[in-house]
Design a protein around this ligand. Structure first.
Ligand SMILES: *Cc1c(COP(=O)(O)O)cnc(C)c1O
Length: 218
């Protein structure tokens, strides 16, 4: 689907929700896509991208940034504590802060650098054992630690709903938890459900296959 069509759908969805199109940030998820396709989307003028692996992003973004210094890259996949330094070197936002050990490492490294990317806390709203994210019951305490103990610039919450659930329930829950914690950012909605996410207040939608085509399974 052309990028312009996704952009039109975002405009329609935001208008239907009584919101402004400019309030929703489209993150084009370029993981596993051929560099040719990423280059095309950059050439079309899009500048905000998402990657789910540090190493994969290291392999493509330094080069793209030579040509497009204003390109922004968001980390939307799990972050291991031993990859905190390269992640801070590379990413403009991290959507997957989800445990004290990681938060502490990020805090220490950020203090040395004196600058930090925007951060989101990932919440495992479906309480799926295999999925990353803090459990809903642990969120408020973890958020308080991020704020008071680690001093991290948390701007919002992020969710990947369970595949077989109605995503709207999870978007609504995430919005409620964000509000309760005084957070305005909501990273939610993918190719199949971004319009529902926008209706529930998403500020950052992460759209991959609808823009780039199906990912080739390796
Ligand atoms: C891959 C991925 C997406 C994009 O998924 P699509 O269904 O291709 O839009 C969004 N969020 C996360 C966390 C992902 O890993």
């Amino acid at each position: 689907m052309p990028l312009s069509e996704i952009q039109s759908r975002i405009i329609v969805a935001t208008e239907c929700a009584g919101r402004f199109a400019g309030d929703v940030c489209l993150i084009a998820v370029s993981k596993v896509q051929p560099n040719m396709r990423v280059a095309e989307v950059l050439a079309e003028g899009h500048r905000i991208f998402g990657e789910n692996k540090v190493q994969e992003a290291q392999g493509k973004w330094p080069e793209f940034r030579l040509q497009y210094p204003d390109a922004k890259v968001h980390l939307i996949g799990p972050l291991q504590s031993n990859k905190v330094k390269p992640a801070l070197d590379l990413f403009d936002a991290i959507h997957t802060v989800d445990r004290p050990k990681l938060a502490r490492k990020l805090a220490a490294e950020i203090q040395l650098r004196g600058q930090a990317p925007e951060m989101f806390i990932q919440v495992n709203t479906g309480e799926e054992p295999q999925k990353a994210g803090v459990l809903p019951a642990d969120l408020d305490a973890f958020m308080a630690r991020c704020r008071n103990e680690f001093d991290l610039p948390i701007v919002g919450l992020m969710v990947i709903p369970p595949i077989n659930d109605d995503p709207g329930l999870h978007f609504a829950l995430l919005a409620k938890m964000a509000k309760r914690n005084g957070l305005t950012g909501l990273s939610m909605g993918m190719s199949s459900d971004f319009e529902s996410a926008i209706a529930h207040g998403a500020t950052h939608i992460r759209v991959g296959s609808a823009i780039f085509g199906e990912r080739v399974k390796l």
